[in-house]
Design a protein around this ligand. Structure first.
Ligand code: FES
Ligand code: FES
Length: 133
C-alpha cells in the first residue's frame, strides 16, 4: 500500500476525478463486461464496453475496488478505448497505460489489471454476439 501522497500527479488526477465510473446493463446484447482480479494484491476491476454494429466502442464504464494506481489505470483505459474498434482496443498494452500514468515498477500489475479488463470485456461481448447468431 502506497500512501496517496506518493502518487504521480497524473494518477492523482484520475484518482480524485475518475472518468466513466458506473454500471451498464450486462444483459444488453451490445455490452461486454470484463471482471478481473489481480492475484498479487486481490484488487478487482470491472470494465464494461458498449459496442455499436460496426464494432466500435461507443461507451465505457468501470468500477475498481483497488489501489489508486488501479483506479487511475481503469479511468484512463476507459477514456482511451472510447471510439476505438474492438480489434484495436484489444491490442492496448498495460505498458502504454503505465507509461501515460508514470507508474513505478511495483505498480505495473495495477495497469495489467486494466489491460486484462479490456480484453475480458471484449471477449464477453464477442461471446454474446456468437450466442445471438
Ligand atoms: Fe492495496 Fe492494491 S494497493 S490492494
Ligand atoms: Fe494491486 Fe494496484 S496494488 S492493483
Amino acid at each position: 500500500q502506497t500512501s496517496k501522497a506518493n502518487y504521480h500527479p497524473k494518477v492523482h488526477d484520475h484518482y480524485e476525478k475518475p472518468r466513466n465510473v458506473g454500471l451498464m446493463d450486462k444483459n444488453d446484447p451490445n455490452v461486454g463486461t470484463g471482471l478481473v482480479g489481480a492475484p498479487a494484491c486481490g484488487d478487482v476491476m470491472r470494465l464494461q464496453i458498449k459496442v455499436d454494429d460496426n464494432g466500435t466502442i461507443i461507451d465505457a464504464k468501470f468500477k475498481t475496488f483497488g489501489c489508486g494506481s488501479a483506479i487511475a489505470s481503469s479511468s484512463y483505459a476507459s477514456e482511451l478505448i472510447k471510439g476505438l474498434g474492438i480489434d484495436e482496443a484489444k491490442n492496448i498494452k498495460n505498458t502504454a497505460i503505465a507509461k501515460e500514468l508514470c507508474l513505478p515498477p511495483v505498480k505495473l500489475h495495477c495497469s495489467m489489471l486494466a489491460e486484462d479488463a479490456i480484453k475480458s470485456a471484449i471477449e464477453d461481448y464477442k461471446r454474446k454476439k456468437l450466442l445471438a447468431l
